[in-house]
Design a binder for this molecule. Structure first.
Ligand code: 9W4
Length: 427
């Protein structure tokens, strides 16, 4: 897909092919037309310039939606240097468009580990005042290799649950050199990403990889957390009959009250036409489940890792295997049954579709922007710990989104507000 990356002596960027810039601009413009919250923030902040004087180093998927965030950070006055946080998520056309717009971007599809760290290091040459992370690689790199940069850094933000978990451990050990905002903990990020983003994009991945009819199928969702619930909701919406499997009673109860059947995987394995794992746990579908599956069963994963489906078990049971479509491998078992595995058991919504729709990333990246703004304004007052964005910002972002989508909501009157606090009236 990408040509050999080239680096120019005179301009600070490294991308696969600058010739892709036009294509990249079209992608970014499309995303912008779907991201009203960031665009509203951009309009406001291009006047007030809350990030004037800030140098932001970012390490986050180089996608069309990230480019909308980058353009917004720059419109708010920041200088920006960027690298991708996963070599397989970089969209070369987007990277080219960003380089062409004057962003110090170091990212190309399929870069190796050396290229990955080289790219991060180039963004640190820039001596950032703020860092923006997805997976905390940038923050770790600063602490491990460039501690001299720490006094100049006001703060950082982190997108993922895993990254935040590690940063909290670092803070608890007194090792975190600057304050970090955990963007993931905002409701407008995790709730909407997981339910609506993962729900739609996982179904999108299944359909792109198979083009099967969902209506009338028995659709097994392993794990009824936010992602599982999103998948179940969308599958049911297209006429599938959902079966949820769970280990947690409250989650299973939610599935039942949402109108789904709940069973053990040992039982569901023989009933399901399509299986999707969304648990974050290993070995959710293993050999004994493949043993009883129907001929033609489709199996995929949208959980965190690629270990939820035990492919080694399936390989051992299979007589032959062939790729029948993009991201769809057919395993023929010794008794003639065929089982189809999508995207090699990796995240089907990323490998076979395009991840979260721009409309969902709009809110997650608005949270990233607000984290940068908060740190620029108040970062020096924060201690070196993991912080969350204030609840009012969540509400503000949701309100901008609602307004952009044409919905209006009520406001409490002063009398109603007083009624809330009034303890003299009983219940
Ligand atoms: N993308 C990704 C990761 C691995 C991967 C081998 C070829 C996450 C969030 C956002 O991780 C991301 N491996 C692939 S494709 C692929 C893609 N393979 C495996 O065989 C294919 C990723 C955030 N996001 C959205 O969801 C939408 N816009 C965004 O910025 C992006 C990418």
């Amino acid at each position: 897909m990408s040509s050999t990356p080239t680096v120019s002596e005179s301009v600070p960027y490294k991308v696969a092919d600058l010739g892709l810039a036009d294509e990249g601009r079209r992608l970014i413009d499309w995303a912008e037309s779907r991201m009203p919250v960031l665009m509203a923030i951009r309009e406001e902040c291009s006047k007030t310039k809350p990030l004037a004087g800030q140098r932001i180093a970012g390490c986050l998927h180089v996608t069309k939606e990230t480019a909308v965030l980058i353009r917004t950070l720059r419109a708010a006055g920041a200088e920006v240097a960027w690298s991708g946080c996963n070599p397989l998520s970089t969209q070369d056309a987007v990277a080219a468009a960003l380089a062409d717009e004057g962003v110090h971007v170091y990212a190309w599809y399929g870069q190796d580990t050396e290229g990955f760290y080289w790219s991060i290091d180039r963004t640190l040459d820039f001596r950032p005042t703020l860092t923006l992370d997805d997976g905390a690689d940038l923050i770790f790199r600063v602490h491990d290799k460039y501690p001299d940069l720490i006094p100049g850094i006001i703060g950082g933000s982190e997108e993922t649950t895993t990254g935040v978990h590690r940063l909290r451990a670092m803070a608890a050990d007194g090792k975190l050199g600057y304050p970090v905002v955990a963007v993931n903990d905002s409701e407008t990020k995790w709730d909407f990403d997981n339910v609506y983003g993962t729900g739609q994009s996982s179904l999108d991945g299944i359909l792109r990889a198979t083009s099967v009819l969902l209506a009338g199928k028995d659709f097994v969702v392993a794990g009824y957390g936010h992602c599982g619930r999103g998948c179940a909701m969308r599958a049911a919406g297209m006429g599938a009959r959902v079966i949820a499997t769970e280990v947690k009673p409250t989650a299973a109860l939610k599935a039942v009250l949402d109108g789904h059947r709940v069973m053990r995987m040992d039982e569901a394995a023989a009933v399901g036409d399509i299986f999707i794992t969304a648990t974050g746990m290993k070995d959710v579908i293993v050999g004994r489940h493949f043993e009883v599956m129907k001929d033609g069963a489709i199996v995929c994963n949208t959980g965190h890792y690629d270990c939820e489906i035990n492919l080694a078990d399936l390989e051992a049971m299979a007589e032959s295997k062939r790729t029948v479509r993009d991201n769809c491998v057919e395993y023929t078992l010794r008794d003639g049954r065929r089982i189809y595995v999508l995207a090699d058991g990796r995240l089907v919504n990323l490998a076979a579709a395009e991840g979260h729709p721009s409309e969902v990333m709009d809110m997650s990246f608005a949270d990233q922007f607000q984290a940068m703004k908060l740190l620029a304004e108040k970062g020096r007052e924060l201690d070196n710990a993991v912080h969350v964005l204030p609840e009012e910002l969540d509400q503000e972002i949701a309100l901008i989104k609602l307004t952009a989508m044409g919905s209006r909501i009520d406001e409490l009157t002063p009398e109603q507000l007083a009624y809330l606090d009034d303890y003299s009236q009983g219940t």
